[in-house]
Structure formats: structure tokens, C-alpha cells
Design a protein. Structure first.
Length: 273
């Protein structure tokens, strides 16, 4: 009886050792493959450099080279979600299955963040109205525009003197109104507003024109010396009860950077020479 017990004991011990040995071999038997791929821009397929490539479950993190290529060596066999990440581009994901001693290839086509942004609405010019005449100075320009998403909008007002071709540009305007002073009396101006969200392509309004108020109400012209230059002014009597304010209707007609002589008025053309 003791002999059979010993045989049973040794047999059970052998099976236990064999089971443990097999289990240890299985746990330590990790198999690997590799993952490679390329990252390009969506549409034009231009390679993207320095794109961060990560996986879930986690493995080695790598970055694309100048040709947009990447490779992860010795990645465990299994199924993965692979992520491509780069500033100013939308994060992209691709699925990949890794097989033993084989290389799996995937391609990322990444969209820039600007491609998903909407352009601002085209500005509409309200005041001065197109072809409006006798617009008083200073001029309060009024227009409308809005964002199609959550981006902040900046406006640029471009103002051109139709007689001299001189252009004034007012940039980074955050409101839809702007007051401009000291415009040329009686001149015709052309104006346009550009809206930008600093992401998408800026949009421009139509071009509008207006004529500034002339010197119809002023009866005389005179010259005043400013900074060593003769500067032409237009003047007239006060229009209210305060007749002591002799400069009430005074309008400077020429710049104080130039010397002007003998002003002459053409009442028909409403021009001063």
C-alpha cells in the first residue's frame, strides 16, 4: 500500500511541475511585430514632419521625419488605436493590428485646423452710404459683420482719396465703427472693410464711395502760418448765437507740411486752388 502511495505522490508531483513549467513558458512568450507609416496633409498629400505618433495600448512614442515617415520597432502583437498629433492640425486616429514578425503600415491624412474654421461674414457698409454727398467731417464709418464660429474678428478699414490717391489704412479694429477726422474737404473717398479671424482667408466688403462736405457755407478763405508754412483755411460767420467764437466754422484745407500761396475758390466746381 505504501508503494502505491509513493507512486501516486511522484506522479502528482511530476504533473504539477510540468503544468507550472508550461504556464511559465506561456507567460514569458511575448511576440512582437512592427508598425510603420506616413503622415500627409489631406488633399494635397504633402508630407508632415515632426508629427507625434502614439498608440493605445501604450508603446514607444515616435515623431515623423522630413518625409512624414515613422516606424515603431518591437511592438507587441495585438490591436491598437494609433494617434497622430501636431500643432495647427486636427488630431487623427487610425486602427492597426500587429502580427508576429510582420510590419503593419498605416497612412494618416491630417486636416489643418483652419480647414474646419468658417470664414467671417462679408462686411456690409452702412455709413457713409454709397454715392452719398455732403458727408460732414469727422466721419463715423459704420459697417456690419460677424463670425460664423467662436473666433474673434478683426477689421481693417482702407480709405482712399479719389483726387490724390492717398490711402489711409486703419488695422486691428475690433468694433464695427470707426471715427476718422481731418479728411479733405469736398473730396471723394473710396472705402472698403476687410474682416479676418487670423485663421481663414480674410473677406472683403464691396467698395463704396462718398463725397465729403465742401465749403458751401463758408464765405471767405484765408492763409495762416503754421510751422513756417502758409496753410489755407476756409471760414465763415458763426451760425448760432455765440458770435464771439470766430473760429467756429474754420476748416483747414491744406496740410501744414506744405507751403501754400494765394488760395482761389471755384464756386462752380467747389474746389480751392
Amino acid at each position: 500500500m505504501t508503494h502505491f502511495k509513493n507512486i501516486y505522490y511522484y506522479t502528482a508531483l511530476c504533473f504539477s511541475l510540468l503544468f507550472l513549467s508550461c504556464e511559465e513558458d506561456t507567460l514569458g512568450d511575448q511576440t512582437f511585430g512592427s508598425l510603420d507609416g506616413k503622415v500627409v496633409t489631406n488633399g494635397v498629400n504633402a508630407p508632415l514632419e515632426n508629427v507625434k505618433i502614439t498608440t493605445n495600448p501604450a508603446s514607444t512614442t515616435v515623431f515623423t521625419d522630413s518625409e512624414g515617415n515613422f516606424k515603431i520597432e518591437d511592438i507587441l502583437v495585438g490591436d491598437y488605436s494609433v494617434q497622430a498629433e501636431k500643432d495647427n492640425f486636427e488630431t487623427s486616429f487610425e486602427a492597426a493590428s500587429i502580427f508576429i514578425d510582420k510590419s503593419t503600415t498605416i497612412i494618416f491624412e491630417m486636416d489643418s485646423t483652419s480647414s474646419s474654421n468658417l470664414q467671417p461674414l462679408v462686411p456690409e457698409l452702412y455709413y457713409p452710404a454709397d454715392h452719398q454727398i455732403k458727408v460732414p467731417d469727422p466721419v463715423e464709418f459704420i459697417w456690419s459683420s460677424a463670425s460664423n464660429d467662436n473666433d474673434d474678428i478683426n477689421y481693417t478699414l482702407e480709405l482712399r482719396n479719389g483726387s490724390t490717391g492717398e490711402t489711409q489704412i486703419y488695422s486691428t479694429v475690433t468694433d464695427t465703427t470707426l471715427v476718422v477726422e481731418n479728411l479733405a474737404i469736398g473730396a471723394t473717398y473710396f472705402w472698403q472693410v476687410t474682416a479676418s479671424d487670423n485663421i481663414t482667408t480674410p473677406v472683403q466688403s464691396k467698395i463704396s464711395n462718398f463725397q465729403l462736405e465742401g465749403v458751401e457755407s463758408n464765405r471767405f478763405l484765408f492763409v495762416r502760418n503754421l510751422n513756417g508754412n502758409n496753410v489755407i483755411f476756409s471760414g465763415g460767420e458763426p451760425v448760432d448765437v455765440n458770435d464771439q467764437d470766430i473760429n467756429q466754422n474754420e476748416i483747414q484745407l491744406t496740410t501744414d507740411n506744405l507751403n501754400s500761396y494765394r488760395p482761389k475758390a471755384n464756386r462752380l466746381a467747389e474746389k480751392v486752388a
